[in-house]
Write a protein that binds this ligand. Structure first.
Ligand code: CUA
Length: 369
């Protein structure tokens, strides 16, 4: 890489010495090879990039907490150990060859070998058998995972830049949406759900590593996946397809509950919004309309905006803005003062609200439990 820099970036300043192929050999003047520090930095980067595999991290694909993730994990480990075996064998043989057959003097030529039929047949057949051994369970699993049982509870998962919308469908009439929420996907533990993935803008990718594999959310179509969680708990997820400025801020949580807790959450979500009572909250409710919030946000019976998250039960959620902030008054204050400063690229603009207006809006939002 470094050899190309002088000639491609600044052709006019390329010196003849760097263009001379002889100087590309180590030990001569000319291009510089990565320093020990650069190599160390590269190694650290690799460790961090592979840290998605660490078992105790919040988002780990090798710590399954649901049936789909467990299936994937059961396929991953045998394939991983086969790969480790191949690596050790090949790297070991290379190492032996490098050490045992190294040049010992300048005029000594290595023994010349032309073909070895038995070896060539062996190193063709063994990898072919290994690949077939990996392919059979892999293809079987692709079909298994895509076989979606009938009559599951359904949630439409809609990607937006940069947050996730969850539309719970009516089991009796799967065409109808019962209620909409955002950022936190609630499920009863131990029960399979069908998630229908789509997007309103660009391609996103829905991934909750502890529960299931990743799947694209593509505008104009639905992709389907099954998800379940063994036990109640909170599981963390992330958009895993680069989708613009705040891709890294497009997170989500899956909240698995006991069936009773889920039922009570579900009926709460279907209820209408609370009526504001305190003077501040009443003022906030008026500001919600006069400041134009209604154009983007829905509150049942008040507004029908679809650009931003449905706020009917905003305060029942523990996070907001793509799950990057805990749902506290302090965080809301900072958010309402200047959303794009809090989440780069935020579609919600800076509305230049005064401190008093922000105070009223927060008082109102706090009632929307
Ligand atoms: Cu959505 Cu990345």
């Amino acid at each position: 890489m470094t050899t190309a820099k002088p000639s491609t970036a600044k052709p006019s300043t390329a010196k003849p010495s760097t263009a001379n192929p002889d100087t590309t050999r180590p030990g001569t003047a000319g291009p510089r090879y990565p320093s020990r520090w650069a190599k160390a930095a590269g190694l650290v980067a690799v460790v961090f990039l592979s840290s998605g595999c660490f078992i105790h991290y919040k988002q780990s694909a090798v710590n399954p907490k649901g049936s789909v993730a467990r299936q994937l994990n059961n396929l991953f480990w045998p394939v991983f150990w086969i790969a480790v075996g191949v690596f050790v064998l090949v790297a070991g043989l290379v190492l032996i060859a490098v050490i045992r057959f190294r040049a010992r003097s300048d005029d000594e030529a290595p023994r010349q070998v032309h073909g070895n039929t038995r070896l060539e047949v062996m190193w063709t057949i063994i990898p072919a058998l290994l690949l077939a051994g990996i392919a059979i369970p892999t293809v079987k699993m692709v079909f298994d995972i895509n076989r979606i049982p009938k009559n599951l509870m359904q949630v439409d998962v809609i990607g937006h830049r940069w947050w996730w919308e969850f539309d719970y469908k009516d089991p009796a009439h799967p065409q109808d949406v019962l209620f909409r929420t955002a950022n936190e996907l609630h499920l009863p533990a131990g029960q399979k759900f069908e998630l229908n993935l789509s997007s309103v803008d660009v391609i996103h990718n829905f991934w909750v590593p502890n529960l299931a594999g990743k799947l694209y959310a593509i505008p104009g179509r639905f992709n389907h996946m099954v998800m379940d969680a063994d036990n109640p708990g909170t599981y963390y997820g992330q958009c895993s397809e680069y989708c613009g400025t705040s891709h890294a801020n497009m997170r989500l949580r899956v909240i698995a509950q006991t069936p009773a807790d889920f039922a009570s959450w579900e009926s709460g979500q279907q209820a209408g919004p609370a009526t504001p009572e305190s003077a501040d909250a009443v003022t906030g409710a008026q500001l919600f309309t006069t400041k134009g919030c209604t154009g983007c946000h829905s509150i049942t019976g008040i507004s029908k905006g679809t650009v931003g998250p449905n706020l009917t039960h905003f305060k029942s959620r523990s996070v907001f803005a793509g799950s990057i902030f805990e749902n506290t008054d302090n965080n809301l204050r900072a958010w309402l003062a200047n959303p794009p400063a809090e989440k780069p690229g935020s579609v919600m603009p800076n509305l230049n609200l005064s401190a008093a207006e922000i105070h009223g809006l927060i008082a109102y939002l706090d009632t929307l439990k």
